[in-house]
Structures are given as structure tokens and as C-alpha cells.
Design a protein around this ligand. Structure first.
Ligand SMILES: *Cc1c(COP(=O)(O)O)cnc(C)c1O
Length: 441
């Protein structure tokens, strides 16, 4: 079992009675607590920064909560730069980690004074000739076969991101010869990792590179960005990463590898975690609208993978809690009592009969938010299903296939009240881009 995060059943029932399902709720206090935990874990560093990956939860209200915690933003597209600008992030509070980048995007990022993280060495020339190089540049390293990747990001050898080791050294040498004076180093090779050692190894690999860049090219790295990728416990059996323990291990490494060096200049340690900050802070509230049994048991909800793509995209698990109207009424207690009286056999039978695929209404068979899931006892049409840990990379991946409308998003303020931070799409929004003139008779 996984407890409902940050709110009670009765509170969620109240939300669902006040607003049309489906909708997302993000909890402000959870976002703040996650920021604080990360800051605390690296408070030993000379300087620390997390550039929140905007793509995880691209909403200015949320970005502002994160800004208040002293964090910056990691943008990977023109739209994300616009959001960062609108929220009030400036200059080196913005880290621009893009790929397959257009000149238009570079122009905007440079205009904002963002740190440009090059994903392609040849883009140094491109930017120099068309815009002018900024004095501070960063490169994204892809270690290829030197490291293993994971399911979401793939193996580094076949990942489209970054520069090879050889290109990396050439890139810095070239940037230096072109007049750049400040240098940073970046990598992002694992995603959603709960393996502390794997995360630690990234730091080790990067500190090693910092040393090599110093000895081979006499380049002092100002910022080491370890990327995102700190995972969260989606499954009830997942063990969360202790960022405090990870921080302590990286601190020791830093002291051993760096501080003991004579010509070493302290650098700013950075992450660009999105999921860790907002993932646990979000829930998707859906209602069961249909139920059927054919070769399997199905629960049809009013959300679909157009609202929550991750299960279909990566086979991701999002825990699902079942809430019924009677959960908070006096009759619920009675119901539970009578359940307890069932014989073992009977209750086992009941359990076997209550595994469901939770589906949306898209004409795609992978439109499943959960498969073979035991969501609870006595699941009925009209009940709520709450999908956990949907604060990052969920609503943001929403799409309009089959004319599905993206749902509303609310922030849960510390007083427990909900405030709308993104309204639901309307059919007028959906059709607003069609170029079509109806023939009038
Ligand atoms: C997606 C992404 C992140 C954020 O990843 P999380 O899993 O949310 O921490 C950070 N950096 C880059 C380059 C990314 O593409």
C-alpha cells in the first residue's frame, strides 16, 4: 500500500465534488519540502544550484514557488525560455540544455543571458557567426559505452545527446581559442534512478573530467552540472534515494579528489532535477465512468493517456488509490467490518476478481493508466481513482489525439485550498488552429 500523499480521502472527495474530473492537483508544501531537502543535502558545497527542469512541470505558478526557494531553471526549448522569462528568471539563473537546437532558440537564450549548454561542437561556429558567442559556455558530455544508461534515457551509446569524450576536449579548446573565458561541464546520462551508487558514479566521472580539463587544457570549470535523474519511489516497494546520504558521499569525493589538489579552483555544484522536486507533489484525480469484463476486467476512467502518457510511453507505474463516497460516511465503517468476516477463501476469490486494467477512451489499445492492478475492494462506477506521483512529466506530456482535451491543474495552498493554475482546454481551443471556412448557402 502507498498512503495518499499530502491530502486525506475526505479532502479529495471534496475537491472532486467541487471541480470537474479529471484534474491535477499540485501541493505547494511538498514542492517546497523537496527543494529544501535537496538544498540541505548539498549545503556543504561552496555553491550549490538546482536548475529545475521546466519540462517536468511547465507552469509559471510552480516555477515561482521553486524560484522563491532560490533555484534556477533548466530550459530545453523556446517555449520554456519564454516561461522562464515570464516567471522572472534572469541571466545565469537559466541553464539552456537543448539539443537539435535552432538559431532562434540560441538567440533567445543568449538574449536572456542564459548559460548555453552545447550539445554539438559544430554549434560553436554556428553561434559565433550568426549571433556571437557568449563568454560563458558549457558542453554536454555523453560517455557512450563508458557508462550504462537506463530504460527512460536509453544507453548512452545510442542516446542522441551530447559530445563524445574526444569532441568534448576539442570543444573546450576551440571555445577557448574563440575567446570564451568561463567554462562549465554538464552531463545527463541516467533518468529516474533510485540507485545511489549510480548517481554517485556520475559525480566521480565528472570530477575526473574537471581534473583532466585542468591538466590538459588549463581550463578551470566553474560549474559542474550533474543533470537530473534523481528518481522517486513510484512503486510501494521502491526505496527512495537518500539525498542526504548521496550528498555526504559526493562531499567526501569532492574533498578527496578536488580539495587536495594544489591548482584546484572551487566550482559550483549543480543539478537539473525536475522529477525529484515536483513528481511527488502531484496527483491526478479521475472518476470511474465505466466498468466491463471481457477477457479481462476493465475500469474506464474519465482521463486517458492523453492526460497521463508515462505508462504507455515507458511502461511506467503510477500508484492508484481508490476512493468511494462511502469512505468518509459512517456506513463505511460498517462495510469494512463485514468484509473482515469473510472467510480467507472468499476474500481471496474477491481479490482475484478485482484486478483491472484502468483505461481511457482513446482508440488505442495502449490507452491504459494501469494494468492488472488491484485498486481496491468493491470498485464501482462513480468512485474516484487517484494516480500518485504525477507532478512531473505527466500533464506536460499531454496531447489531443482523438480530440481529447487537456484537463485543469490546481495548486493546493498550505491552507488546503485549491487555486486554479491552468484551466481545462475547451473545444474552441482545440479547433482554434484549423484553417477552414464553411461554405455558406
Ligand atoms: C528531462 C531532463 C532533466 C530532468 O530530469 P528529471 O528526471 O525530471 O530529474 C534534466 N536535464 C535534462 C537535460 C533533461 O532532459
Amino acid at each position: 500500500m502507498k498512503e495518499l500523499p499530502f491530502s486525506s480521502k475526505s479532502e479529495i472527495l471534496q475537491y472532486a465534488n467541487s471541480y470537474n474530473t479529471p484534474f491535477y492537483v499540485y501541493d505547494q508544501e511538498t514542492v517546497e519540502a523537496q527543494c529544501k531537502e535537496l538544498k540541505q543535502s548539498f549545503s556543504w558545497a561552496n555553491e550549490f544550484q538546482n536548475y529545475f527542469a521546466v519540462k517536468a512541470t511547465p507552469n509559471p505558478y510552480i516555477l515561482n514557488i521553486i524560484k522563491e526557494q532560490g533555484f534556477g531553471v533548466d530550459c530545453s526549448s523556446y517555449a520554456e525560455l519564454l516561461l522562464a522569462e515570464a516567471t522572472g528568471f534572469t541571466k545565469e539563473e537559466i541553464f539552456f540544455t537543448s539539443n537539435n537546437t535552432t538559431l532562434e532558440e540560441y538567440q533567445k537564450a543568449i538574449q536572456l543571458g542564459a548559460i548555453i549548454n552545447f550539445d554539438d561542437k559544430s554549434h560553436l561556429q554556428l553561434v559565433k557567426e550568426n549571433i556571437g558567442l557568449p563568454e560563458h559556455v558549457c558542453f554536454r558530455y555523453n560517455p557512450g559505452s563508458l557508462r550504462n544508461g537506463n530504460d527512460i534515457l536509453g544507453n548512452p551509446s545510442s542516446a542522441k545527446f551530447g559530445l563524445t569524450r574526444e569532441q568534448l576536449f576539442q570543444g573546450y579548446a576551440e571555445a577557448k581559442s574563440l575567446g570564451c573565458t568561463k567554462f562549465s561541464l554538464h552531463t545527463m546520462i541516467i533518468s529516474n534512478s533510485l540507485d545511489e551508487h549510480e548517481l554517485f558514479q556520475t559525480a566521480e566521472m565528472m570530477f575526473e573530467l574537471v581534473k583532466e580539463l585542468k591538466t590538459k587544457l588549463d581550463i578551470s570549470i566553474r560549474q559542474v552540472n550533474l543533470g537530473g535523474g534523481i528518481g522517486i519511489p513510484y512503486k510501494p516497494t521502491d526505496k527512495p534515494v537518500s539525498t542526504i546520504s548521496l550528498g555526504t558521499k559526493i562531499q567526501k569525493l569532492y574533498e578527496n579528489m578536488m580539495l587536495s589538489q594544489n591548482d584546484f579552483l572551487p566550482f559550483k555544484l549543480c543539478f537539473e532535477c525536475g522529477r525529484f522536486i515536483t513528481g511527488p507533489a502531484g496527483i491526478l484525480i479521475t472518476r470511474i465512468i465505466n466498468k466491463k469484463t471481457t477477457h479481462k476486467n476493465y475500469l474506464g476512467v474519465d482521463a486517458s493517456i492523453a492526460n497521463l502518457l508515462r505508462p504507455a510511453m515507458y511502461g511506467s507505474y503510477h500508484h492508484c488509490s481508490h476512493i468511494t463516497d462511502t469512505d468518509c460516511a459512517p456506513s463505511a465503517a460498517k462495510k469494512k467490518l463485514s468484509l473482515r468476516k469473510l472467510s480467507v477463501e472468499e476474500s481471496e476469490l474477491k481479490l482475484n476478481g478485482s484486478f483491472y486494467d484502468v483505461v481511457g477512451s482513446l482508440c488505442e489499445n495502449n490507452d491504459k493508466l494501469a494494468t492488472d492492478r488491484h485498486v481496491g475492494e468493491n470498485v464501482e462506477i462513480g468512485d474516484l481513482l487517484i494516480f500518485h506521483d504525477t507532478g512531473a512529466h505527466c500533464s506536460a506530456m499531454g496531447f489531443n489525439y482523438n480530440g481529447k482535451l487537456r484537463c485543469a491543474e490546481y495548486i493546493r495552498k498550505p491552507c488546503g485550498e485549491l487555486k486554479l493554475i491552468k484551466r481545462a482546454e475547451t473545444y474552441a481551443d482545440l479547433f482554434s488552429t484549423l484553417v477552414w471556412s464553411r461554405k455558406l448557402d
